[in-house]
Design a protein around this ligand. Structure first.
Ligand code: NAG
Ligand code: NAG
Ligand code: NAG
Ligand code: NAG
Ligand code: NAG
Ligand code: NAG
Ligand code: NAG
Ligand code: NAG
Length: 334
């Protein structure tokens, strides 16, 4: 009797203690998220975030791994700034805050998110320079997108310190300085987007040809001058290369045609090139030498997804090539 009593006492004591301690980590993270919601003035889109529901199962914006909060995806027109306490969620690996109205300098508070692997701040109103000490962000970073913000100045050399980076998107900002040659140290880079920036006129660094895993490289409208590096054939993984609307000159290096992932190379309009790639539907690259730039700037040919020429069309200059699977998606008929 007394043994049984002692046992149930022990159980009574142990069980709740155990449950609370297991919940504690998540409860702290839940409190952090509720503070975040409050910090952003309780947007209606987050009204389902409350004390009594489980973020892992009831909040679609949150992802969990083994009951630990590891991901936040909020694309909700949120206004204001990104508070440093978001990094109190210690196991955060995935942070997607694209498509909001954040309007501040680069949120350096994120330096404390030491496990971050994925950071998407695209489609916001961030301003100022990317800080020179950007490398204080998590060294685990594999994906970084700052697409379509108002960042200006130079792209700092230390962006090349993220040795695990596979995806880097800096397109459509107000960068008016330079981009560092050291980007070529990012050995694992698979996709690189630098286009639609008003960089100081610069050459395409020869060292970029060292990026052997690069599959997609878009540097459209980025004030490139000089010649295209001659040893592009070393970029064995290349599937999509867009150098269009720059001030490149000289000839198109013949070893471009040795890139083994190119399916088809055609030359429908004198020196301009149409290149399609096998694995991603039809993509196109335009390289316009200055001698013919004026005459063909607004002209190319539309093709169907099998590479059949359909008609002469006008190039839609601002179109983004990424995500389009057929040429019809990014050209506009005359
Ligand atoms: C973070 O993950 C580790 C191991 O995956 C776990 O032991 C720890 O409790 C988690 N931390 C939080 C705050 O959930
Ligand atoms: C808490 O939010 C959940 C959905 O996440 C909802 O079903 C529940 O009614 C809410 N509870 C309270 C007390 O507001
Ligand atoms: C954000 O705003 C745009 C334009 O007002 C609207 O179309 C979209 O539905 C909004 N998104 C959310 C998640 O509220
Ligand atoms: C990181 O967190 C520590 C401790 O909370 C704080 O003192 C420091 O200012 C934070 N760093 C940044 C860059 O926010
Ligand atoms: C961002 O840049 C655009 C184009 O220069 C400008 O119209 C807009 O006011 C800027 N927005 C902010 C928040 O700086
Ligand atoms: C750039 O990275 C290096 C190596 O991590 C570091 O020593 C240096 O202080 C960083 N530069 C800045 C401006 O933070
Ligand atoms: C770059 O743009 C920023 C922001 O508009 C401006 O303050 C700066 O003077 C510009 N720098 C150059 C070299 O044009
Ligand atoms: C291309 O040439 C440059 C300089 O001539 C060199 O640094 C680079 O490693 C070469 N790339 C390949 C893939 O051979």
């Amino acid at each position: 009797m007394s043994i049984l009593y002692q046992h149930s006492l022990l159980l009574l004591f142990l069980t709740p203690f155990h449950v609370v301690s297991q919940d504690n980590t998540n409860q702290n993270d839940q409190t952090t998220l509720l503070n975040l919601k409050n910090f952003w003035s309780n947007p209606p889109s987050l009204s389902h975030w409350n004390q009594s529901s489980n973020p892992c199962t009831s909040w679609p914006e949150i992802t969990c791994t083994a009951n630990t909060i590891t991901g936040i995806t909020i694309k909700q027109n949120i206004t204001g700034v990104v508070p440093p306490f978001i990094c109190d969620i210690k196991n955060l690996t995935h942070l997607d805050l694209s498509w909001n109205y954040f309007n501040e300098d680069f949120p350096t508070g994120l330096y404390n998110c030491t496990n971050l692997e994925f950071l998407d701040l695209s489609e916001n109103y961030f301003v100022g320079r990317i800080p020179d000490d950007i490398s204080r962000l998590s060294r685990e970073l594999k994906y970084l997108s700052l697409l379509n913000n108002n960042f200006s100045g130079d792209i700092p050399v230390n962006i090349s310190r993220f040795s695990k980076l596979t995806y880097l998107d800096l397109r459509q900002n107000l960068f008016n300085g330079s981009f560092p040659e050291e980007i070529s140290n990012l050995n694992d880079l698979e996709e690189l987007f630098l286009g639609f920036n008003d960089f100081k006129p610069s050459r395409l660094p020869h060292s970029f040809t060292r990026l052997k895993k690069l599959q997609t490289f878009i540097i459209t409208e980025a004030n490139l001058i000089g010649e295209i590096p001659g040893n592009l054939s070393g970029m064995v993984a290349m599937e999509l290369l867009d150098l269009s609307v720059n001030r490149l000159e000289g000839s198109i290096p013949s070893d471009l045609f040795l890139l083994k992932n190119l399916k088809e190379v055609a030359d429908p309009i004198r020196e301009s090139l149409v290149v399609s790639f096998p694995y991603t539907g039809l993509y196109i690259m335009w390289v316009f030498p200055p001698s013919i730039l004026e005459t063909v700037k607004h002209e190319s040919r539309s093709m169907d997804c099998h590479g059949t020429i359909l008609s002469v069309v006008r190039l839609w200059r601002r179109a983004s090539l990424v995500g389009a699977s057929c040429v019809q998606d990014f050209v506009e008929h005359e």
